[in-house]
Design a protein around this ligand. Structure first.
Ligand code: CA
Length: 236
């Protein structure tokens, strides 16, 4: 754990919700910051450099999805989208743009806190204590745990935090199949009805970025209906 309180930026125009979220976070040892619209959110994001962002999509000045683009152009801070929209399309779009998780209002504070902890844990603690600070090399693929970077043929692969965490997790269990549930629980800390879709979206992006074409199972094998497996040298 860090000594100083972790800063969490809440971007939400409905005061009753931002106050509730803020109170829950403060009670649990975090330092909440509130922005009332997208523009203010961007400014506070740049000036306060939060550890995590809680983002409403329906904001008065701009679509919250714009904030995700802004944040992703400026680093890998985890974002949990908080929205009344229950439409599947919005969830997928937010995740595609680089949000790490999605909470639909109304939500329970215990579940909400579990999601916050999971995001802060994965973004701060990978590599964890049990991960040797060195490199993972598989053919042309290299993971530098120290620098948090992945390269392919020496070229950097631009992964989101979630995508990076999934690749690192699979590399830790190289050669073993991790089920969808294994991966989901490790990465997000909980599982619900949209978890598999969320994992599939992330995995499709990872495969695209690692230039894995369908039928050519390099690096990460898709064990249909079961899960995923990082190849051994013998698979390549
Ligand atoms: Ca709103």
């Amino acid at each position: 754990m860090k000594n100083s309180k972790q800063k969490i930026l809440i971007i939400e125009d409905e005061a009753n919700i931002s106050n509730l979220v803020s109170t829950v976070l403060e009670t649990n040892g975090y330092k909440p910051l509130i922005a009332k619209n997208c523009g203010q959110g961007k400014m506070m994001f740049s000036s306060h450099i939060p550890d995590l962002v809680i983002l409403d999509l329906g904001l008065p000045d701009e679509d919250g999805l714009n904030f995700i683009d802004y944040a992703r152009a400026n680093g890998n801070t985890p974002i949990i989208v908080l929205s009344a929209r229950s439409d599947e399309h919005d969830k997928v779009e937010a995740l595609d743009k680089g949000a790490c998780d999605y909470v639909t209002k109304p939500f329970g504070s215990a579940e909400f806190l579990a999601r916050v902890r999971a995001q802060l844990r994965t973004s701060n603690n990978i590599p964890a204590d049990n991960t040797p600070l060195e490199k993972f090399v598989l053919h042309d693929l290299q993971i530098d745990f120290d620098k948090h970077t992945v390269t392919l043929n020496g070229e950097p692969v631009n992964l989101t935090v979630t995508e990076y965490n999934i690749v690192v997790l699979l590399s830790k269990y190289q050669g073993k199949v991790l089920t969808y549930t294994n991966i989901i629980k490790e990465i997000w800390g909980y599982q619900d009805g949209s978890s598999i879709k969320k994992l599939q979206v992330n995995m499709a992006n990872i495969r695209k970025k690692l230039k894995i074409v369908p039928g050519n199972n390099k690096y990460i094998l898709n064990e249909l209906g079961v899960g995923y497996r990082m190849c051994d040298e013998s698979d390549m």
